[in-house]
Design a protein around this ligand. Structure first.
Ligand SMILES: C[S@@+](CC[C@H](N)C(=O)[O-])C[C@H]1O[C@@H](n2cnc3c(N)ncnc32)[C@H](O)[C@@H]1O
Ligand SMILES: [Zn+2]
Length: 448
């Protein structure tokens, strides 16, 4: 039996030697192994997901395909073989590859004397197929018995279809439970108001916002997905990661598919090759990591030349120092989440009526500054009583149990971005503190 590639766009059993072969970095080769066909060359098809980047001169991405082979087309062939033969396997859903099968195909093609078509290494084409990498050594990962395993024998479980690159316990465990419990609370589709959308739009900026469709976006610290929803709505291809089990809530809200994939991973040890995302967005997260500066550095590593980093950070406010929350936080963050959630519920039910009563009066600032409960009567007055309570439960729990809570001024955030060499930096006070974005120079040297 011979194995011949056929065009995945036309799916026709015809001799593809007659097909046009465009050997340019801006096209994508996508072909499948089919039995019993004559020798053929692959028909190259435009990448359905990637639009030409209006901000990048080259648009070139350098994502290594996951094969350790000498000729690039063989890598495509192997990838194709995997698709054709194991499509329904869980690994297929994760866009993973199985090297042994691929090698079988390459060997069979070589042995049967089939033309192995030459195609330039089209890294841009491969980027939309990007696969998880071992966060410890950067090597390719292969699926085996419910795990992802690298050649260095590091292995990572896949649970509920989501690869887990983190230890069993982390400082973000409270977040995980919290987002699973309040999975839908802050979704725009749930509240009926574009609160998350407006916030993300402001951070991303109007110019970039208009080009979101088709972009590869890495969303770090995704939580339950209030921003995932907006990004997917805008047509971006979203990779959502979070250190905690919030990824389960995220995947339940927005099931992984062609435009969305999810992994439990740490920003400081991401399972990707460097510089492969058009946009790296990290909103509401950096202040909760051990070192904000180090976190920003790691996020920036994932931005491709010409791509954008979008972040925000808590800033110093009088309210943070007058609140009684610091009295509870050191204890609550060390207790089991079941306890901290119950405690928060009691606190909210006790204080919420008072917050509501003073919302329109002069006493408002006194109550808001002292109370450990966070409410949104002032910031989002349109939310009804039920939503006010749900948001208060969520945000109060969030602010009383976060393990790390850092503050930075606008100048401090800007200086980090400048030191890293970002261009077109925008950095303003707004939202939850400071909001900022910047761009990796289009001609920046690649580093891995
Ligand atoms: C306050 S929540 C914000 C979630 C989401 N961005 C939102 O605004 O709804 C912070 C999230 O960051 C995640 N996180 C904290 N440290 C992280 C890290 N080192 N890597 C990845 N995620 C992290 C937490 O697990 C948590 O889900
Ligand atoms: Zn490894």
């Amino acid at each position: 039996m011979s194995w011949i590639p056929t065009c995945s766009s036309c799916h026709a059993d015809r001799d593809l030697r007659k097909a046009t072969v465009v050997e340019s970095p801006s096209v994508r080769t996508l072909w499948r192994a089919r039995p019993g066909l004559p020798s053929a060359r692959p028909h190259q098809t435009p990448n359905p997901f990637r639009r030409r980047d209006p901000f990048s001169p080259s648009g070139a991405d350098a994502v290594e395909p996951p094969f350790d082979m000498d000729v690039c087309v063989k890598k495509t062939a192997h990838r194709a073989a995997f698709r054709a033969e194991t499509r329904s396997a869980e690994a297929g859903d994760l866009h993973l590859t199985v090297p042994r099968r691929g090698r079988d195909l390459g060997t069979r093609m070589a042995q049967s004397g089939i033309d192995q078509p030459h195609v330039e290494r089209t890294f841009e084409s491969v980027s939309s197929e990007s696969v998880w990498r071992c966060p410890k050594d950067g090597s390719a990962l292969f699926a085996r018995q419910g795990h992802l395993i690298c050649r260095g024998a590091h292995q990572f479980p896949v649970v509920n279809g989501i690869p887990r690159f983190v230890p069993a316990r982390t400082y973000a465990d409270h977040f995980g439970e919290q987002w699973k419990r309040y999975r839908r609370t802050q979704l725009d589709s749930y509240t009926g108001f574009p609160i998350s959308r407006d916030r993300l739009h402001r951070c991303i900026g109007d110019r970039l916002w208009k080009t979101l469709a088709g972009r590869d976006v890495l969303e770090c610290g995704c939580g339950a997905g209030r921003f995932t929803e907006v990004l997917l709505d805008e047509g971006a291809r979203v990779t959502s990661i979070d250190l905690s089990e919030a990824v389960d809530a995220n995947a339940e809200n927005f099931p992984p598919g062609l435009l969305h994939r999810v992994a439990q991973a740490d920003i400081l040890a991401l399972p990707f090759a460097a510089q492969q995302f058009d946009i790296v967005a990290c909103i509401g997260v950096i202040q909760h990591t051990p070192s904000p500066e180090q976190t920003i550095e790691h996020l920036y590593r994932q931005v491709r030349p010409g791509g954008w980093l979008i972040i925000d950070h808590y800033t110093y406010e009088v309210g943070w120092y007058t609140k009684t929350a610091p009295l509870f936080r050191p204890v609550l963050k060390r207790l089991p989440t079941s306890v901290s959630i119950r405690f928060t519920e009691r606190l909210v039910d006790l204080m919420l009526p008072l917050h509501k009563r003073v919302a329109g009066s002069h006493f408002r600032s006194v109550v808001f500054r002292l109370s450990p409960v966070l409410t949104h009567y002032r910031t989002h007055p349109a939310l009804n009583d039920d939503l006010q309570r749900q948001w208060a439960l969520l945000d109060t729990h969030d602010s009383l149990t976060d393990y790390f809570k850092h503050f930075r001024t606008r100048g401090q955030v800007r200086r980090v971005l400048e030191r890293l060499g970002l261009e077109e930096i925008w950095c303003e006070y707004g939202g939850n503190g400071v909001e900022a974005r910047g761009r990796r120079p289009a001609n920046a040297a690649r580093c891995d």
